[in-house]
Each structure stands twice: as C-alpha cells, then as structure tokens.
Ligand binder design. Structure first.
Ligand code: ATP
Length: 365
C-alpha cells in the first residue's frame, strides 16, 4: 500500500509539444492518499486512461514524476510497481476454476498455502462467489467472469494500489448496484488505495470518498461528492454532475446583484459580493435545479414554463429565465396556471463563474 504523488505530471502523445493544446494530459499535481477510495471521472477523451496508464507504468509521462511513498517510479515498468488492475473486460483463465483464478496472483508471489486459502475464501464471500469456487471459469456468465477479474484485483493485500478501468461496463445493470456497494464495503475493510476510472457519475459518486473530475485533459475539481454538488469549482462540473445538471446562465454582476438577459432582463440577489471580477471574462451564474423552486407567478424571479417532466419522486420544470433555458424543481402542492411562474432561488447556493471558473465572492455566510 502506498500514497501516490503526481508531481507536475503532463503527457503529450505528439513529439515536441508546443503548448497546452498539444497535451492529452495537462499538468497535474495530486496526491492519492494511502487507503483512499478515489474516482477519476470525466467524459470520453478527457485523459482518464492516459493518467491511469502513467500510474500503472504503461505510459512514460512527457513531463513530471510519479512517486510511490516518495520513491520515484516514473521509469519503472508495470511489473516493478506492485499495482493490481481490473479492466473493462474480464481477464480470466478459462480452464482454471474460480478458486485457482483467484489464487493465481498470490501463488505467483509465493504466498503460503493457508494464507492463500483464507484470502480466496474471504474475497469470494464478499463477491458472492463462494458457491462457484470449484467451477471452471469457462462455464460462467460474463458477469461472473468479471467478478473473478475484480476478485483477482482485490485478492492481494500488499499492492500499492488497485486501478479499476470502467470495471462494471459489461455487468448487467441490476448487478451493478450490488457490485458497487460490495466494492465500497471491500474498500472499507481492506484498507487499500483504490482508483476507479469511469465516465458514469453514479458509479463515481457511490464508490468514491474523493472524486477527481477531468475535462479536456485537465483536472477541474477534486472533492467529496457533496463538494462537487454544492460548490462546483467549474461550470463543467456543474453540468456533468447532477441530473439535470446545474443551470448556467450568462450574467453581469454588480455588487450583490446579478442581471440575466441584459436590459429588460431579470435581477437576481446574491449572498456574496463580487467587486473584482476579471475584466473581459465571460461571466455566468450557476444554480442547481435543486436550489431553484418554482412558485406561482408574482413570487421571486419571473420565468416562463416550457414543460414539466414528472420523474416519479420529483417534478422538474423546464423553464426560460429572460429567454435562457433552465431547470427548476416543482415543489409538491404547487399548481400553475398558464406558462407564467415565479422562481424562488436560495442565494447561498448561487455561484458566479468567470470563464468557467468559480469566483469566491466576498462576505456572505
Ligand atoms: N496512443 C495514443 N496516441 C495518440 N493519441 C492518443 C493515444 N491515446 C489517447 N490519445 C488521445 O489522448 C486524449 C485522451 O485520451 P484518453 O484515452 O486518455 O481519454 P479517456 O478519458 O480515457 O477516454 P475513453 O474513456 O474514451 O478511453 C484523446 O484525445 C485521445 O484521442
């Protein structure tokens, strides 16, 4: 087990990179704490696999260093890094039994027989595979084979980290829920550093204590699931996390008032002041639909209701604020006449962004 430090790490696949646009992975400085449960979350092409491959030793970074417990491993091959990896598709020996597959990584390292037996039983139990331990892998379903792959990743207790690369992609949706919580429990009891790569926010937020969000080759925010929800550091995080994502509206700001829609638009009260916004920057106001509640016309900010989606436990209104599309929660008991309504906003939950980046603001709670 180890802490993993990314020190001024960057990677360009093309030779002689000239500027940030040439880097698939822009400079990143980060410490993966020993024993942490991390998710690396971002859309396809944002650089997740590149970063994972640098950690595992498949890719040597163009710039910077990677340290395991302070030791520079940047140029060490995968075999010398003591990393376990679980990939999108099962990696199992079909002719071996489940037990032999799970024991393989331990046998390879000369772990005593009784320790192997104990660990294999423990991991199989946690993955609900005890009943099939003596079955040949080839006769099992794709789900079961992927569970063997997970088990092979988890079985060693001496690894620096376990890297999961979209490990639940081939798993049946109803089993996904179960495996996600099994992995979380395993993390709690095994004290291993786990890094889970995914483009799926639900997987990231249920598994990880700390989520690293990537966009266009850069880390845009590192935080707990709650921090990402309540205080997105970048409009991308606001969009990407949440369903529907955060409302982002072009705005201008004067003191504690934001204006959306220019002259003839609406004024929105803020909890903080913004006296020093960068000149020439694109200014936007962000507020999550959960903190924007629809009310009858006449209350709060005037909006036009385009439609209401009933999501079962909640109703979401698709609205326009001064001509800009947005979403808002429809509280129980609120009934509307026509398409005119009001919007009640929680000022504490309204954020201001300059060129996509959160601006702290002054004062307020
Ligand atoms: N071997 C390579 N040679 C050149 N460019 C590459 C190579 N591998 C990845 N890239 C590019 O680097 C960028 C980041 O890719 P990467 O695979 O790391 O992203 P990702 O977030 O893992 O996406 P996905 O989920 O689709 O795998 C992309 O623009 C991709 O086209």
């Amino acid at each position: 087990m180890a802490s993993i430090t990314l020190d001024h790490l960057a990677h360009a696949y093309r030779p002689n990179p000239q500027g940030p646009q040439d880097y698939a992975l822009k400079e990143i400085n980060h410490v993966w704490r020993q024993g942490g449960a991390y998710a690396l979350l971002g859309p396809s092409g944002c650089g997740k696999t590149t970063l994972l491959n640098i950690i595992s030793g498949l890719v040597i970074p163009t710039n910077g260093r990677i340290l395991f417990d302070g030791r520079d491993v940047t140029h060490l091959p995968t075999e010398a890094r003591n990393i376990a990896q679980v990939f999108q598709f099962p990696v199992v020996y079909d002719t071996m039994t489940v037990r032999q597959n799970l024991a393989f990584p331990l046998k390879n390292r000369g772990v005593p027989r009784e320790d192997i037996d104990r660990r294999v039983e423990e991991i199989a139990g946690r993955l609900d595979m005890s009943a099939v331990l003596d079955r040949k892998a080839q006769n099992l379903t794709a789900d079961a084979k992927q569970k063997i792959s997970l088990g092979r990743g988890l079985v060693r207790s001496d690894v620096a980290a376990i890297l999961f690369d979209e490990p639940l992609t081939v798993i049946d949706p109803h089993l996904k829920w179960q495996l996600r919580s099994s992995l979380k429990e395993l993390h709690r009891s095994l004290d291993l550093t786990m890094i889970y790569v995914t483009h799926d926010q639900t997987e990231a937020l249920t598994f990880a204590d700390t989520v690293v969000v990537m966009h266009d080759g850069a880390v845009v925010q590192t935080g707990t699931p709650e921090e990402l929800f309540v205080r997105p550091a970048h409009t991308f995080v606001g969009h990407f996390i949440g369903s529907p994502g955060m409302n982002v509206l072009p705005a201008s700001v004067e003191g504690r008032t934001a204006h959306v829609g220019g002259a003839g638009g609406v004024a929105i009260q803020l909890a903080r002041g913004y006296s020093a916004l960068p000149a020439g920057a694109r200014i936007e106001l962000g507020v999550r639909p959960e903190f924007a509640q629809l009310a009858p016309a006449g209350a709060g900010v005037p909006v036009v209701v385009k439609r209401i989606d009933d999501l079962g436990r909640t109703r979401i209104a698709r609205i326009e604020i001064a001509g800009h599309p947005a979403s808002a929660l429809v509280p129980e008991g609120v009934h509307l006449n026509g398409d005119q309504a009001g919007l009640m906003l929680d000022p504490q939950q309204i954020h201001i962004y300059a060129d996509g980046a959160l601006v702290a603001g002054q004062g307020g709670a």
